[in-house]
Design a protein around this ligand. Structure first.
Ligand SMILES: [Zn+2]
Ligand SMILES: [Zn+2]
Length: 167
């Protein structure tokens, strides 16, 4: 995704806002992450003293598996990042800020967006906050049906309680 910044930089405007739907066409990346290729991006670019900053918000969806009931579900994640827009990379090795270099009047967000998605993907998610999980005895998905087993307290909060009572 390219954002044209040269007009903004030569204008008197102090900030501008970008809202764009973005499509990731990196097949390897999509396959590796089970990502839906349609990403929502919104960003603000503003001039602060001598620098130009970008704050971006990425909203993406990927095919996930619930950590508790093991069902497939679409997991939607929102992540934010900040970057500095520069005309050339600074050599400052101390700095851990993300730099976006202007090329032909634009900055290209493809790599940073992929990186941010990769870094923000949750390891374990639930299909819903109160997912009841599966019965450890009979394997029934307790969101869909009830079972007759006595020991179907799969909520980890109950497990903690049981651990506490054991000591
Ligand atoms: Zn679940
Ligand atoms: Zn059961």
């Amino acid at each position: 995704m390219l954002i044209r910044v040269n007009k903004f930089l030569s204008s008197d405007a102090l900030s501008f806002n970008v809202n764009e739907n973005f499509v990731i066409d990196d097949e390897d990346f999509l396959a590796k992450t089970h990502l839906d290729k349609n990403i929502e991006f919104s960003g603000d670019i503003f001039k602060v003293e001598d620098s130009v900053l970008l704050t971006g918000t990425i909203k993406y969806t990927f095919a996930d598996v619930c950590a508790r009931c093991l069902e497939d579900f679409d997991n939607t994640v929102v992540t934010k990042f900040e970057a500095v827009i520069v005309s050339k990379l600074s050599e400052d090795e101390e700095s851990d800020e993300i730099q976006l270099v202007i090329t032909d009047g634009c900055v290209n967000l493809d790599e940073i967006i992929k990186q941010m998605i990769y870094l923000s993907m949750p390891m374990k998610s639930l299909c819903k906050q109160d997912c009841k999980g599966i019965c450890p005895t009979c394997g029934v998905n307790l969101n869909l049906e009830e079972c007759k087993c006595e020991n179907n307290l799969t909520d980890p909060r109950f497990n903690k309680l049981k651990d506490l009572l054991k000591d």
